[in-house]
Design a protein around this ligand. Sequence first.
Ligand code: FAD
Ligand code: DLZ
Ligand code: SF4
Length: 512
Amino acid sequence: MSEKILIPILGDQLSMDISSLDGQNPDDCILLMMEVEDETTYVRHHKAKIAYILSAMRHHAKALAERGWSVDYVKLTDPDNRGSFSGEIARALERHRIDRIRITEAGEWRVMAMIENWEDQFAIPVSICPDRRFIATHQDFTNWADGKKQLRMEYFYREMRRTTGILIDRDGKPEGGKWNYDSANRKPARGDLSIPQPIRFRPDAITEQVLTMVAEEFSGHPGSLEQFHFAVTYEEAMRQKRKFLDEALPRFGDYQDALLSGEPFLWHSILSPYINSGLLDPLDLCHEVEQRYRDGDVPLNAAEGFIRQIIGWREYIRGIYWREGPDYVERNFLKAKRPLPEFYYSGETDMHCLSEAIGQTLDLAYAHHIQRLMITGNFALIAGLDPQAVHQWYLEVYADAYEWVELPNTLGMSQFADGGIIASKPYASSGNYIHKMSDYCQKCHYDVTKRVGENACPFNALYWDFLDRNQNRLADNNRLAMPYRTWGKMDSQTRDDIRRQAKSFLDQLQGN
Ligand code: FAD
Ligand code: DLZ
Ligand code: SF4
């Protein structure tokens, strides 16, 4: 009798060619997919995020079965469901005669720790396959990072360009002569531009069932299901990808940093949930983007800008996550400890930029990068919110959020809580930046030109107060020399007024 292998497929491993299936004969394998309470509740995930993941899992199970795999699928509502991956592995071992377990490595420390326990826990051999959906292996990242004083994304990105050969010309030089065209990518958007809209997929019967279940079981979780729009199959994700390549990619570069009221998507791809859960392959996507450039359909600044996000930022962020270890989450360089204000869960605030970014997040489980970094992230940073509370919020509310990608972006890039491993300076700004890049301030109760006074934009006083509060930790950062000089040149009355304005705002925020 041939050996029987149990292959658990986790909710973010929804690729037909996931490495755990490499070289396996469907007759010898049972694929186990588990909807479990622990995963749905370890943070209070947005309802639409849960619905997306569970519906995509159910569709993927069906597609695997159609390809001849035996799939054992455990639903959340199964009365015997033990509520955890390990509990469900134990139950599967009771149901089937299994000789060994084979699994693709998990995306985060928490789940890897469980998997590494299984061999002892169940007295069965467990093999863990590397996740081939990333370009750099853990060892590649270590090789690149070891011995470096600073781990800047830009240099890692160049390595990834050389490794993949993407946008490298025949002489081995970067296409167009420059590695990075970011300086061409800073245009503010105007409402009269015609903005492409992503496809909003109509839920099928499987998704409808999941939506009903999620509405019943997770009513206390944040977010709404009313505008559920996600692709839940490989085919739908491919359609969304094509729409992006055809319509939004050509201007992706120009408007990458733009912000506009009532326009949640702009020229972004909205593909991160599919890339992160396995429906789309990141490297294939980059090859297609490169081809669009080579065919003359998109300019270089758009193709390069997009490819950098994936083979640069995404790979780099994952490298940092595994390199920094499970206690990265506890870092708090700036010793920030203010609780998250309630409006992060309601969107109800007079600050229009925040109500836009949070409102659309609660409606769609999506916000684009600049909203995450320069609106919700920037506010949290300059208001001194507890970085762990901020991390938890980001992990909850975005459909693309898994700890490996969310945590370094939030704690490191956005909150500077790692002291500058990712960002060379804090992404802190006053209202001026938001005014320049968006139309938010024109529609706001507050006046972006005022630093103090009744309707002064809170970002202004908070920005200077942030620098002042953190002077002992930040003043020797060269990249902050100019703002610290400006602060130093203000007369003491002005500085006191700003401090008072910030204090009164922060006291109000906490209901004091
Ligand atoms: P596009 O603008 O179209 O970008 C293309 C792709 O590039 C994205 O789909 C994504 O796969 C990749 N990408 C871009 N920037 C990054 C980045 N900094 N890190 C990793 N991948 C990147 N991204 C997540 O996938 N999950 C998260 O939980 C997440 N949390 C974030 C938290 C904060 C505070 C910040 C500042 C950024 C976070 N990001 C996260 C990165 C980025 O904001 C999202 O990847 C992007 O907004 C997804 O939308 P999109 O697909 O339309 O992206
Ligand atoms: C995020 C998530 C949720 C909400 N639910 C499940 C689930 O029920 N079953 C599952 O296999 N995966 C789920 N996931 C994704 C997992 O949390 C993700 O696969 C791990 O974090 C990987 O490390
Ligand atoms: Fe945001 Fe200030 Fe502009 Fe209002 S005025 S939208 S609070 S930056």
